[in-house]
Write a new protein. Structure first.
Length: 352
């Protein structure tokens, strides 16, 4: 199983530069938190849970680089910069606030701020892996017996500590010899489906077929897939959710074709402050990503592009959310809060 980020004793933080995939596996070693901020912005490290984990370790680098008397101030400055790096995935803010709280607590108690930050970052990483594993166990029965599923973007091990969210049930089935074929939307403009999902599934031995984003409806209509499973970057308490641009149209197509849509995410992706999806901040990225896909200009000079990185899918299109605590069916305003009401880490976490 790919673990795309590590903390090496004595060596600090390292992660795979995902902008180089699938060509080359390059491990980068950010020297300081500014590089972590840049790498999150540039999607060298990406995926909602993974940017939270990277940011948590980024705060460790910030704390370690300051004099002991200044380490809390360094953490506070870096926390603001990290939270601003990408606006849509709530996991980033969630992880940063956890580490910031520990840093403040350590300072108040006269303990080491860098040590407290490191302990919390390690806990966040370990919990994410355990949550993804539990999502796999909880979601596998929903996919068992299906010939194929369709996914959008990359919500696999590359987007998390390990196993992924949407792909974790696929890996769980694989472990017991049950193969589910995956159709991967290429996911323009940055091709996370073609570059990353196809790469990690092929490496694991899962049969994968890349399709143009615009082929999703035709693939469903031909009966080639029996379910859609995607991740999420932020889930409102009513079940509206943000995910990679194009997810909304996949959801509408799934409904039109009578195919269930499953959304797999750890409870850290639920924004308990949001009643619905209207207020989810949507990242807009450079028009160049749309105008020059894979580095080759396809639009005439002087033409502009709108590059929305995420969209919001209304809850009515979701058949179920799969979290570490179980499978949550509508009405989500009632069933989703059970996944974070003080029980978040109890069920299934840490079990083999
Ligand atoms: O822009 P990205 O590549 O960070 O977007 C990633 C996605 O939209 C994923 O589907 C989402 O983060 C879920 S990852 C478990």
């Amino acid at each position: 199983m790919i673990r795309p980020l590590r903390w090496e004793t004595g060596g600090g933080l390292t992660y795979i530069d995902q902008s180089e995939l699938p060509g080359t596996v390059v491990w980068v070693h950010p020297a300081g938190v500014d590089e972590v901020v840049d790498d999150i912005r540039a999607l060298r490290v990406r995926g909602a849970p993974l940017i939270g984990i990277a940011a948590a370790y980024g705060l460790v680098l910030a704390a370690q680089s300051a004099r002991p008397a200044d380490s809390l101030a360094a953490v506070e400055d870096a926390a603001d910069a990290l939270e601003a790096a990408r606006p849509t995935a709530v996991n980033l803010r969630w992880a940063v606030e956890r580490v910031r709280g520990c840093a403040r607590g350590a300072q108040a108690a006269g303990a080491s701020v860098p040590d407290a930050c490191l302990a919390e970052a390690q806990a966040i990483r370990a919990e994410d892996e355990a949550m993804c594993r539990a999502i796999g166990r909880n979601g596998a029965p929903l996919l068992e017996g299906l010939d194929a599923v369709l996914t959008h973007c990359n919500a696999g091990s590359l987007a998390t500590a390990a196993y992924g969210t949407a792909l974790s049930p696929v890996y769980t089935l694989l472990e017991s010899g049950r193969l589910v074929h995956v159709y991967a939307d290429e996911t323009r403009p940055l091709f996370q489906g073609a570059r990353l999902t196809a790469w990690e599934l092929a490496a694991a031995g899962v049969p994968v077929t890349v399709i143009a984003d615009s082929a999703a409806g035709a693939v469903m209509r031909r009966g080639l897939v029996q379910a859609v499973i995607v991740g999420a970057d932020r889930i409102a308490t009513n079940g509206d959710f943000a995910n990679k641009i194009g997810t909304y149209q996949v959801a509408v197509l799934a409904r039109a074709n009578g195919i269930p849509l499953y959304v797999a995410a750890p409870s850290s992706t639920i924004d308990q402050d949001l009643a619905d999806g209207d207020a989810i901040p949507i990242e807009e990225r450079s028009p160049e990503e749309v105008l020059c896909p894979a580095g080759r200009r396809v639009a005439p000079p002087g033409v502009d592009a709108l590059n929305l990185a995420f969209d919001v899918t209304p809850a009515e299109y979701v058949s179920a959310f799969i979290t570490e605590l179980g499978v949550h069916r509508p009405p989500f305003a009632t069933t989703l809060p059970r996944s974070y009401a003080g029980t978040r880490l109890r069920a299934g976490i840490g079990e083999p």
